[in-house]
Ligand binder design. Structure first.
Ligand code: G6P
Ligand code: MG
Length: 218
């Protein structure tokens, strides 16, 4: 039976994807090249340092290890400027309602995010108290598609991986959930998230009925 739902944060509950994009774009422009929205797709669910490596390879730029750290810091400062302007408007429509319904149905809920800013974002939007477990980029270092972040979430929730449903907008995140032996719900487009057990455009389009229909995939 399904006992818990594990939610990715960026692109599932809050629409920070564009903010990440703007901050990375600013960094690439500073370095003399540019990235597109399409490049940004590969950065979803990927840790900050790993994103930086991908971006530098797009621009064909190489740099020393300590410079890498400075560049990541700079991107993060620009990113946080956007984060501090966020309001409840940036919570994806229907997300909180679905999470509430899940809890009312007696299931546990956790956040599993590669972001080191997950706590800041949840606090800013007054969402932190809703989740009994938060596993983020400060405690996990193996990037999705490694299943570590979801396995750790299940362990902290006190449930078995096969009783968890994961909600993810990133291809790497769906892969990580599947690698963890969990069922996955893709948030976004069908052709992008082919490996998910179910795909919906947003959390707001998800019903409890849809959720419990995943029980049949055991
Ligand atoms: C999320 C986003 C990624 C981002 C990562 C790290 O997974 O989808 O695009 O790179 O978090 O975020 P951070 O806030 O730690 O830089
Ligand atoms: Mg995401």
């Amino acid at each position: 039976p399904i006992k818990a739902c594990i939610f990715d944060l960026d692109g599932v509950i809050v629409d920070t994807t564009h903010f990440h994009y703007l901050a990375w774009k600013r960094l690439t422009n500073e370095l003399g090249f540019d990235i597109t929205e399409e490049d940004n797709e590969q950065l979803k669910g990927v840790s900050r340092m790993e994103c930086l490596r991908i971006i530098l390879s797009i621009g064909g730029v190489s740099t020393s290890a300590d410079k890498l750290y400075d560049l990541a810091e700079m991107k993060n400062r620009w990113y946080l400027e956007h984060i501090y302007t966020m309001t409840e408007q940036n919570v994806i429509a229907g997300a909180v309602e679905f999470i509430d319904a899940v809890q009312k149905a007696g299931l546990k809920v956790a956040i599993a995010s590669a972001s080191k800013n997950a706590g800041i974002i949840l606090d800013k939007l007054n969402l932190r108290d809703r989740f009994s477990v938060l596993v983020d980029g400060n405690v996990v270092n193996k990037s999705k598609p490694n299943p570590e972040i979801f396995l750790r979430s299940a362990r902290e929730l006190g449930v078995e991986p096969d009783s968890c449903i994961v909600f993810e907008d990133a291809i790497s995140g769906i892969q990580a959930a599947n690698n963890a032996g969990m069922r996955s719900v893709g948030i976004g487009s069908d052709d992008m998230l082919k490996n998910a057990h179910l795909v919906v455009p947003t959390l707001g389009a998800m019903s409890l009925e849809d959720l419990f229909s995943l029980e049949n995939f055991a």
